[in-house]
Design a protein around this ligand. Sequence first.
Ligand code: GLN
Length: 496
Amino acid sequence: MSAALHTLGVAELGRSLDEGRISSIEITTHLLARSASHSDLGAFLCVNEEGAMAQARAADARRAAGERGALLGVPLAHKDIFVTESLPTTAGSKILAGYRSPFDATVVARLAAAGTVTLGKLNCDEFAMGSSNENSAYAPVRNPWDRTRVPGGSSGGSAAAVAARLLPAATGTDTGGSIRQPASFSGVTGIKPTYGVCSRYGMIAFASSLDQAGPLARSAEDCALLLSAMSGFDERDSTSAQRPRQDYHAALSTAREGATAARPLAGLRIGLPREFFPAALAADVEGAVRAALQGLERLGATLVDVSLPRTELSIPVYYIIAPAEASSNLSRFDGVRYGHRAAKYGDLMDMYKKTRAEGFGAEVKRRIMIGTYVLSHGYYDAYYLQAQKLRRMIADDFQACFAQCDLIAGPVAPSVAWRLGEKDDDPVAAYLADIFTLPASLAGLPGMSLPAGFGEGGMPVGLQLIGNYFHEGALLHAAHAFQQASDWHRRLPQGF
Ligand code: GLN
């Protein structure tokens, strides 16, 4: 069985562990060896060899003592933006080189309490700023479907590792698309819940009003298992939603009124914003997305035309608000409290300047400058305040849509994964590619990406589903129904 162990997803692994067909030690050993043999992908920033074996042993002991749990003994890894007590945390930045957190992020702690085994920390764009993982200060991540292409970002290590079957699932964060877009580029399933569903405690802040954690996995079912464990109120995050813990897995099999086995989505109205299908949308992406929508129709869903008229404006709005918050959040990296400090400096101001000049990469510096500019006296009203007003209008546009439909669907990104280096000289080109993920981020709505086919160069194409606030269950239910009737999410990149 061992050769195929890595093909097991979270749910299947949980069952195999329950039935005693494998042990956590076996799967952990297998996956550690597998990550080592695929280290050229650059997915891991740190591998937790000894720690993972100890956790696997502990999980096996808990099972031997009669304990059961869907995640008990299941290996995964965390995006390196979640702080961890026993492993280094870099946020993909040189400025945090050598940093050790005195505590675990809530998401990490909750998954550990559920009995997961942490295989390591995963590569990401520096402070989660990017869409290709090329802004990591350590190494680019390669897309397992084509090593000359990017895996998407900023949760690129998470997406590539899941796609390459180095692990069944991983955590990620999404500020403007960083779970959905890499999931789409790498052919895996990912969900960004409603803002406030997962605690941001211990998640290194990029843009606090937008940052959300979520899982990347093989399927909606696996995402549901992870999200149930990761989410829930946390008094240590003042923006955490005060709601009872949810069982997202149970939502998968909750039958809709009027549904039948063949038409599980009967009565579900799916809105297609016309702005999500512009003329500039790549034909291969549009083709795959439209075919997936037909698949949803066959399952009983009805497609309705809706409009999100400010879709294009979400780019300038996001690229004002996110840098503004980032410039403030990143002021804490000053050479005094965390990680790197310049070796040679004169006075205190000089130490700050040298530390930050050495520690931050080009994209992070660009955003600190933009953010400082839009928040400065005289520009605050013209840029930041205007952006905040538009943000509210974008959120209102969604509510107008949800009067006509239950879920919204469209592409995740305007094209398939691009080639490494392709957008190096043009950061704005990368910003523009965020067009379909930013609206839901600005509105704080849940969104997911699921494999929907293949496009140019045999690269995966993702379908995006967006729900109303706290409708993660409905999103996962629809995605699960789609995955029960299709096998895009089971496809493996060649050589894996
Ligand atoms: N691509 C977007 C950015 O560069 C989103 C990143 C994210 O969601 N963390 O900011």
